[in-house]
Ligand binder design. Structure first.
Ligand SMILES: Nc1ncnc2c1ncn2[C@@H]1O[C@H](COP(=O)(O)OP(=O)(O)OP(=O)(O)O)[C@@H](O)[C@H]1O
Length: 256
């Protein structure tokens, strides 16, 4: 995207200029209300820019046929409200709606469900699931959608927010393995700095006022992250050798 602006009444976001490389993993980070979801919605085409242009594979995003687009890019939104109580099997199968129906469709749905550990839920309806179960079902839907293509794009808004800490790493590992094998790019809004550092190679920081800053993931991102959130971060290395950044208590700050 180049020089993209979005206006919501008094709120104005941008200019956003951002290039996503094929196969890369990029976390979008920033304080509440900075415009992370807005940026993701612009990238996915679910909201149109007020000005500027977004191109996908060298074609304006607005010129893409939605069916064709869905064969290359999948979007996982923050909320999973569904108007009907569909079964888990059907919801995962929705990832395949733009494909010609074939025998392999059921296999793909089953394999995607298996990867996300929801096989035992297949016959249940989604309105009966817990938040964490539902998050895994929708991730399985994304897997089904981009199962048999390469060089696709997965856009996600806080994909593991509803998932317990014991499962978060497993899901992110599974997601990254799925994407790496197919060379899909993964772009995700994240609130957990440590998950962003562990699984994503590039961090796009959305500062208040919507200035974007791109930094490589790693210890050198510390200063930028401290400025972004207005907190000091302690840098540690855990027993597995992973980098961990922990916000230090700061009670002098007021709720904005
Ligand atoms: N459709 C809309 N109409 C009016 N204002 C909107 C709309 N969508 C978002 N906003 C406003 O734009 C600002 C940025 O919203 P956005 O959801 O992009 O922030 P965010 O960085 O993802 O925040 P959070 O971390 O809280 O999820 C917020 O102040 C929000 O209230």
């Amino acid at each position: 995207m180049e020089n993209v602006h979005k206006k919501y009444g008094q709120h104005s976001f941008g200019p956003f200029t951002l290039r996503i490389r094929s196969g890369e993993s990029m976390a979008i980070l920033g304080p509440n209300g900075a415009g992370k979801s807005t940026l993701l919605k612009l990238l996915s085409g679910s909201t149109s820019p007020t000005s500027g242009q977004i191109r996908f594979n060298d074609r304006p995003l607005s010129a893409w046929d939605p069916h064709q687009l869905s064969q290359h890019r999948a979007v996982l939104t923050q909320f999973h409200e569904m108007a009907f109580a569909l079964s888990v099997h059907v919801v995962i199968g929705l990832g395949r709606v733009s494909r010609v129906r074939s025998a392999s469709c059921d296999q793909i749905v089953a394999r995607a469900g298996e990867m996300l550990g929801v096989t035992h839920l297949m016959a249940r309806t989604v309105d009966t699931l817990s938040g964490g179960e539902l998050a895994r079902v929708h991730l399985a839907r994304i897997f089904a959608q981009l199962w048999d293509v390469e060089d696709g794009y997965i856009l996600m808004d806080e994909p593991i927010a509803a998932v317990d800490p014991g499962l978060q790493d497993l899901l992110l590992e599974t997601l990254m393995r799925f994407a790496r094998i197919r060379r899909h790019a993964v772009i995700a809004v994240m609130h957990d700095v440590n998950h962003a550092l562990r699984y994503f190679s590039r961090l796009t920081l959305v500062h208040p006022g919507s200035e974007l800053e791109c930094v490589e993931s790693g210890v050198d991102a510390k200063q930028s992250l401290e400025q972004l959130y207005g907190v000091r971060l302690a840098c540690l290395t855990d027993e597995q050798g992973d980098l961990v950044m922990m916000p230090l208590r700061n009670l002098s700050k007021n709720i904005p």
